[in-house]
Design a protein around this ligand. Structure first.
Ligand SMILES: *[C@@H]1O[C@H](CO)[C@@H](O)[C@H](O)[C@H]1NC(C)=O
Ligand SMILES: *[C@@H]1O[C@H](CO)[C@@H](O)[C@H](O)[C@H]1NC(C)=O
Ligand SMILES: *[C@@H]1O[C@H](CO)[C@@H](O)[C@H](O)[C@H]1NC(C)=O
Ligand SMILES: *[C@@H]1O[C@H](CO)[C@@H](O)[C@H](O)[C@H]1NC(C)=O
Ligand SMILES: *[C@@H]1O[C@H](CO)[C@@H](O)[C@H](O)[C@H]1NC(C)=O
Ligand SMILES: *[C@@H]1O[C@H](CO)[C@@H](O)[C@H](O)[C@H]1NC(C)=O
Ligand SMILES: *[C@@H]1O[C@H](CO)[C@@H](O)[C@H](O)[C@H]1NC(C)=O
Ligand SMILES: *[C@@H]1O[C@H](CO)[C@@H](O)[C@H](O)[C@H]1NC(C)=O
Ligand SMILES: *[C@@H]1O[C@H](CO)[C@@H](O)[C@H](O)[C@H]1NC(C)=O
Length: 436
């Protein structure tokens, strides 16, 4: 539209920009592109390793440092490998890792890698980051069995990567056990082995990883107890080990992990009672204990979890009353205790949980009246008390909860007048209260 009237000032700006770009490019050409291909012995060994891997096909590039996903240092030595336009069925063990001694960073997540993790990966002594997540084809390769890797498919020599800070092998198809040598990775701050087929126990040696901030072991087939020694991991902020076959009690030493914000142990076979030491976790925001076989009372120390946002303990065998101290959890938005053996009255103190949005106490043995105080939960959207032994009338106050959408009070012994107006509630059930 304004093509014919472009002011001359625009031209001069463009000219300046072009000449500046030219000047800048004189100085900022990447070293790999500026210099002629390095010809030192070591870098030709590296080029050979990349060529023989067949990951880039039969490349004829003059410089291996120009390959997609490869970053070299000034002398043509590979220091980083990053995801690029990788095609499927690239085999991890086809790379001669011992030829790439200067590698510091490997992120080959979601790169369609197959095969197994070779022991030679342990020769990468400068490695700080190893991310092989989301390569669903990584499993025990035939080649692996032939080379006698019988001590597990995460190779033992991984323990030689003393400088490793982040290790992410999640979302692969790795089987075997977690090697004990992992305890030698003392610089590790982030460990994720989630979503594999790892079996056997969590090795005690994991407790040597005292720098760990995040440990994720979810969705494997891990067995045995949670080691008591886990209490040594004082820097942990996130611990998840849900969807495994862990059994035995939650060790009381878990209370030493005072920096934890996430503790996710749901869907295991944990039994025993919840240790009162849990009350020390004053930073804990997310506590997921659902679908285990936990029994005994909910310790009143739970009331010390001042940062708790979500407390999920449903589908266990928890007994006794809901502690009054639950009213101290001022940040709580979700409380799910459904499907337990809880008895006694619903504590009045629940009425002070101003942030509560979801409350499910269904399928327990709770008795007594529904406290009027619940009428103060102005953020409550979901309220489920079905399948208890609650009696008395439905407090009128519930009808005025401004956000309540779902209300299930079915299968109780409620009687008396139904509040005139539950019209704000889009979905409610009062069925199976014989006297209502
Ligand atoms: C790679 O390229 C060279 C030279 O073009 C050729 O001789 C060789 O057969 C090729 N190899 C494969 C596996 O395609
Ligand atoms: C791998 O590289 C190392 C070091 O460069 C070399 O000694 C070895 O022969 C190579 N292995 C294979 C199978 O090419
Ligand atoms: C995972 O490993 C199992 C057993 O080796 C194999 O049957 C399955 O096909 C693998 N899955 C993928 C996605 O490669
Ligand atoms: C690994 O890669 C995935 C996907 O690119 C990314 O989300 C994740 O943060 C990385 N993790 C680590 C430990 O580098
Ligand atoms: C590991 O990789 C997965 C998948 O790419 C990602 O979701 C997760 O955040 C990573 N874990 C860590 C500890 O970085
Ligand atoms: C850990 O490293 C030490 C010293 O390097 C070594 O003696 C030990 O065998 C290693 N432990 C494991 C379980 O690999
Ligand atoms: C590593 O862990 C094992 C098992 O808990 C323990 O016997 C050993 O003393 C620990 N090593 C170090 C250096 O802490
Ligand atoms: C609440 O608990 C009941 C009883 O265990 C269960 O059937 C229902 O699905 C739960 N509701 C929600 C929304 O989780
Ligand atoms: C009410 O909730 C029940 C159980 O969640 C569901 O089956 C039903 O379709 C819902 N009805 C409406 C009108 O949303």
């Amino acid at each position: 539209m304004s093509q014919h009237t472009t002011p001359s000032s625009v031209y001069s700006i463009v000219l300046i920009a072009i000449s500046m770009a030219a000047i800048v490019s004189l100085f900022l050409v990447p070293s790999s592109a500026k210099s002629s291909p390095p010809s030192s012995l070591s870098s030709s060994a590296e080029a050979k390793a990349l060529l023989h891997s067949d990951w880039w096909g039969n490349f004829s590039s003059t410089n291996h440092c120009d390959l997609a996903g490869i970053v070299c240092n000034g002398v043509g030595s590979v220091i980083r490998m990053e995801p690029s336009l990788f095609y499927c069925n690239r085999r991890l063990e086809n790379m001669n890792w011992s030829s790439l001694p200067n590698l510091e960073y490997i992120d080959l997540s979601g790169s369609g890698l197959t095969g197994g993790i070779p022991n030679e990966i342990g020769t990468l002594s400068k490695l700080t980051h190893l991310n092989l997540s989301l390569n669903y084809g990584l499993n025990e390769a035939k080649l692996f069995l032939q080379s006698n890797q019988l001590d597990g498919f995460i190779p033992h020599d991984i323990g030689r990567l003393k400088n490793l800070v982040e290790l992410n092998l999640s979302h692969n198809n790795l089987s075997g056990s977690i090697p004990k040598s992992i305890g030698n990775l003392t610089a590790l701050t982030q460990l994720s082995l989630s979503s594999n087929r790892l079996t056997a126990c969590i090795p005690l040696e994991i407790s040597n990883l005292t720098s760990l901030v995040e440990m994720h072991l979810r969705a494997n087939i891990l067995q045995g107890p949670i080691p008591r020694e886990i209490g040594k991991l004082k820097n942990l902020v996130e611990l998840s080990s849900s969807h495994n076959n862990l059994h035995g009690p939650i060790p009381p030493s878990i209370g030493n992990l005072i920096g934890l914000t996430l503790l996710d142990l749901h869907s295991n076979k944990l039994d025993g009672s919840i240790p009162p030491s849990i009350g020390h976790l004053s930073s804990l925001a997310y506590l997921y204990f659902s679908s285990n076989e936990l029994n005994g009372p909910i310790p009143s120390e739970i009331g010390q979890l001042k940062s708790l946002i979500m407390g999920l303990m449903d589908h266990n065998k928890l007994q006794g009353p809901i502690p009054q101290a639950i009213g101290n959890l001022a940040c709580l938005t979700v409380l799910d205790l459904n499907n337990n053996l809880l008895a006694g009255h619903i504590p009045l103190s629940i009425g002070v949980l101003k942030n509560l949005e979801f409350l499910n106490l269904s399928t327990n043995f709770l008795n007594g009246h529904i406290p009027r105080q619940l009428g103060r939960l102005c953020n409550l959207e979901y309220l489920y008390f079905a399948g208890n032994e609650l009696k008395g009338t439905i407090p009128e106050e519930l009808a005025y909860l401004p956000k309540l959408k779902y209300l299930d009070l079915s299968h109780n012994n409620l009687f008396g007048k139904i509040p005139d107006c539950l019209c704000l509630v889009s979905n409610f059930s009062l069925s199976n209260n014989p006297q209502l």
